[in-house]
Design a protein around this ligand. Sequence first.
Ligand code: PEP
Ligand code: MN
Length: 366
Amino acid sequence: MREKIQSLRKQIDVLNINILELLSERAEVAERIGEAQTTLGLSHYDPAREQEMLEAIVAANKGPFDEPTVKSLFKQIFQASMQLEDDHDKKKYLTSRTLDHEDTVVRVGDVHIGSNHSPVLIAGPCALESREQVLLTAEYVASKGVTLFRGGAFKPRTDPYSFQGLGEGGLRLGREACDQYGLKFVTEIMDPRDIGMFIEYVDVLQIGARNMQNFMLLKAVGNTDKPVILKRGLSATIEEWVMAAEYLLSAGNPNIILCERGIRTFEKYTRNTLDVSAVALAKLETHLPVLVDVVHSGGRRDLLVALTKAGLAVGADGIMIEVHPNPEVALSDNKQQIDFDTFDRYLEETGYHKKLSIKRHEVYGF
Ligand code: PEP
Ligand code: MN
């Protein structure tokens, strides 16, 4: 009897290998179908085709497995093949982790953003409003160890009659303040025709939420090698956001940083809803650094500390915040910018004062 088992087991071993060879052959054919579908822009999942195959298999089944068992075995094979086709597609995206497993680190001068580098803080006013306001804020944030200064010279405003920014004059002011206080200048570009002018003044180009899918702008900015902060669109899915980053990378610019800034939901207590899962997911699915804008997401000063902690807890590589010498009279976002004292408390409460302490020590010797 034992010998019989042994001999039957040998048969099973051979059959296993035969099944494996057939499965591999089937997978290769499925991959070829997948490639053709991708070329035609078709989905890999075709429920009608799956149904047709199952019916043919069930009709050919002579037992001993019953119909549900045969169906379930083949469904598993179909699913594994589809996964293979999806993985194949993913591989060709430059944003994808499957192609580039290393974390991208974007360098802005001697500031490193991403991977295991200390999270950065980007601080400065919503809009660059006047020489005095720009210089005062730049001096203050620099004195706290901040290295990246933000401020809009071209503002995307909902109301066409509200302050639109100082334009090129604002870029000039931002550059002057950053040079004076050893800061890097981060500012939003809205029009691809302005690229030449921005390159002259700016260290990091920001693409705002409203322009996330402005494909001409993405291509123009992608044609430079300037570091870029790509905000997530107001109602953009994570896939749309990552695809926008793909435009930048495919145009040749490797220095791309994603920024979650809240999405539009039914909630009214906050300006937008900070999607922390998007931060974690963007870090999982892509190799790019991810920032959290705690200002435009919550839209409330009393949430800045909590949202900063939440962002850093899910792996953000940095935070963006708005600071203004006198927020009450700010020409934009006057409900959410913070004054210098509040900024001090924010740094203490979030622990950022420790993260920025190396630079602060260099500047002030304490
Ligand atoms: C900004 O950062 O100045 C801004 C306008 O943000 P968003 O594009 O995210 O609304
Ligand atoms: Mn703002």
